[in-house]
Ligand binder design. Structure first.
Ligand code: PAF
Length: 279
């Protein structure tokens, strides 16, 4: 497995790959890898000549300093997992990746005004900056993103279109623990009790989905909040039901429209997001 420790080294290495006409699949991560990430690498391996995975805890996308500091950093076990799955290249960007951040301008638009955009100011600007910088350096043919970060995926697709970048974005299903909890690097910060209680997020999303035929959107959202309210240390930050393509809030539900329910829930200090497609 080739390890690239700087942007300069990565640019040079990618230049040689481009000469060899290799199809490159890319899995961007912030490390603390779990089976969800590994499944992305496996899919990328099946669909490309070579797979590159980046590991960088991007300071620009954390609106909460504490969350950035506490974000798990597990480089050694990450490398072990990547080696085992047969990842070809790992890229650890140096601070040069942040060059140009002060002059970067991009209007995320409507997507920055709802859900994650609304509750985490500047988050998507930070994501867009770093993903664009990674795409510029690595020039991948395909890039793999999990559907757990549903809104992030929508923002990245829009960014690729707006900057006319020659990369195909591949959405990948959310990986779940046996009790339904969406896999996330933040799960490792949950206490034992919080971890047990966290499975209720997906249970309540699934209940919401099964009630879409008989209930109004307001009732579905209220039921979701009320079911989680009584669980110790749990606080719903938002639950939204929106169009699965535009992420505009839906006023009514009918099976001809494609809907998605997205939520962010705090368990103590740990903030988890999840979603479920409704039709
Ligand atoms: O989804 C993530 O892990 C991050 O937002 C990403 C895409 C690696 C950018 O830092």
């Amino acid at each position: 497995m080739q390890i690239l420790n700087s942007c300069a080294e990565a640019k040079k290495f990618i230049n040689t790959l481009k000469f060899q006409n290799k199809q490159l699949g890319f899995v961007p991560t912030m490390g603390a890898l779990h089976h969800g990430h590994i499944a992305l690498v496996e899919k990328a391996k099946r669909e490309n000549d070579l797979v590159i995975c980046s590991i960088y805890v991007n300071p620009l996308q954390f609106n909460n300093k504490n969350d950035f500091t506490l974000y798990p950093r597990t480089h050694e076990s990450d490398l072990k997992l990547l080696e085992e799955v047969g990842c070809d290249i790992v890229f650890f960007p140096d601070e040069k990746i942040l060059d140009g951040k002060d002059f970067f301008q991009y209007d995320v638009g409507f997507l920055d005004t709802v859900m994650e955009g609304l509750h985490r100011p500047c988050h998507f600007m930070g994501v867009v900056f770093i993903v664009k910088a990674l795409f510029d350096i690595l020039r991948p043919d395909t890039a793999y993103f999990g559907l757990k970060d549903y809104q992030q995926l929508a923002v990245i697709k829009q960014m690729v279109k707006d900057f006319e970048m020659p990369v195909t974005i591949i959405p990948c299903p959310t990986f779940r623990e046996h009790d339904g909890l969406a896999m996330s690097s933040r799960n490792s910060r949950l206490t034992k009790t919080q971890r047990e209680n966290a499975s209720n997020i997906y249970k309540c999303l699934s209940n919401l989905k099964s009630n879409t035929v008989h209930k109004t959107i307001d009732n579905l959202k209220n039921d979701f909040i009320n079911s989680l309210k009584s669980i110790p240390e749990m606080r719903v930050e938002y639950i939204e039901i929106c169009d699965a393509d535009t992420l505009k809030p839906l006023e009514t539900l009918h099976s001809s429209s494609s809907g998605v329910a997205c939520t962010a829930v705090f368990l103590g200090e740990v903030r988890l997001i999840d979603n479920i497609l409704l039709f």
